[in-house]
Design a protein around this ligand. Sequence first.
Ligand SMILES: Cc1cc2nc3c(=O)[nH]c(=O)nc-3n(C[C@H](O)[C@H](O)[C@H](O)COP(=O)(O)OP(=O)(O)OC[C@H]3O[C@@H](n4cnc5c(N)ncnc54)[C@H](O)[C@@H]3O)c2cc1C
Length: 444
Amino acid sequence: MSIYSELYDVLVAGGGPSGVGAAVAAARNGAKVLLIEKYGFLGGMATAASVPAFCPYTDGEKVIIKGIGLEVLEAMKKESKFDSPVKDKKELIKRMYDWVPIDAEVLKRVLDNMVIDSGCKVIFHTSVSDVIYENDTVKAIMVENKEGKNIIDCKTIIDCTGDADIVVKAGGQYEYGDENDLVQAVTLCYRISNINMEALVRYFKESGDTGNLTKAVERARKNGDFNFNEKHVAGFSIQNEGVAGLNFGHVYEINPLKAEDLTRAEIESRRNIPAMLDFLRKYVPGLENAVLTSSGPMVGIRETRRIIGEYRLTVKDYFNRTEYEDTIARYAYPIDVHASTPRDVVFHDKDDEYITSKYKPGESYSIPYRALLPKGLKNVIVAGRPLSADRAMHGSFRVMPACFATGQAAGTAAAICSTENIELRQINIGKLQKLLKEQGAFLG
Ligand SMILES: Cc1cc2nc3c(=O)[nH]c(=O)nc-3n(C[C@H](O)[C@H](O)[C@H](O)COP(=O)(O)OP(=O)(O)OC[C@H]3O[C@@H](n4cnc5c(N)ncnc54)[C@H](O)[C@@H]3O)c2cc1C
């Protein structure tokens, strides 16, 4: 039977961190699941945009992203032979779970295996291009690939496209960026190799420089050798012996939903890389002979749409640590909203919300189930980047560990609906929470 003629309980659109969490959770809980991904591999921004590291899995004291997200992390570390250089027990918990470098090729394979082992069916090189809906219910989705257009009927659909594509096609409401329709800058992440590891490790040890290369940037700026619109390097991660990943180089005033803007971003980013390499070679010991190994494949997108959901998380909730009866995930990452224009770049720590909004170790906030439910759509649930929230709150939960967690919650909810033949809003929240906890999720 063709993939297009089957009836699935759950369709998952998009195979990034949220899509993987959703598909695996739904399949493990007994649903018949189809995961549709436009690229030829899973991982979303981690693999398609070479984002170099996972944001923290801990609240500074203990691991709070557990379940499927933690399984992915552990499987990737095991296969990529990850070894933290830190041996101090107190520090080790953070180093093993916070800012773990991503080995993208290992991650792709880990995610393939996990999804297949869950019993979920996957189709690559296929995009969800439209939906057919009636009475607030999506009846079928349209997919497009080299075979042409095909329609797949659906019961429940989980929108993990990062851009809320399904919600928009079904007429759902959303917000976009700030009051001027601006979103965070995009970045083409890239990998360099031919690093002298001994010299690099010695440099970090002796200078106390960090993954933002702040000290190297300071020296270069004084000498007039750092002419980028950047406070510092957003991220530098040693990914393998002699290989590092860079999250470096913002391209501002881009609308990532417009192909023309994305084209400009790709070209501008590639054009800027040689100058960035010059800086790295001159100011970071060990990188003197570093070469560019790969970029992308696509420019990384931090922000587009946020759905209007049954509950809208706000910055007040972040600072109040608001608790909900329908908590389905927790997270603790600070508010990390990158500048949209060169004029918004913040140069001093005291003005940097990423620093000023940090929680104390052991604290975390709660994400309610209602923030995943788009208003007015009965059988669509959203996970990952576009949850219902204001921009500041989005600046925290948009990162990958939280996306795995909201994905797992959406997938588990969708599976319950299919087993019990009920709608997403009829779910017994206690039952959903119990199942999530039994399957490893941390709800506090
Ligand atoms: C430059 C940059 C640096 C970052 N740094 C970090 C970091 O250091 N650590 C961290 O944890 N997070 C980081 N993030 C954030 C994080 O990577 C993303 O927010 C996260 O990956 C979002 O997960 P997601 O599943 O919601 O969406 P995505 O990761 O964007 O995945 C969406 C998936 O859906 C697919 N898709 C989209 N539309 C369709 C469609 N219509 N049909 C079929 N498939 C579709 C895409 O191909 C993609 O695979 C960074 C992001 C960027 C851009």
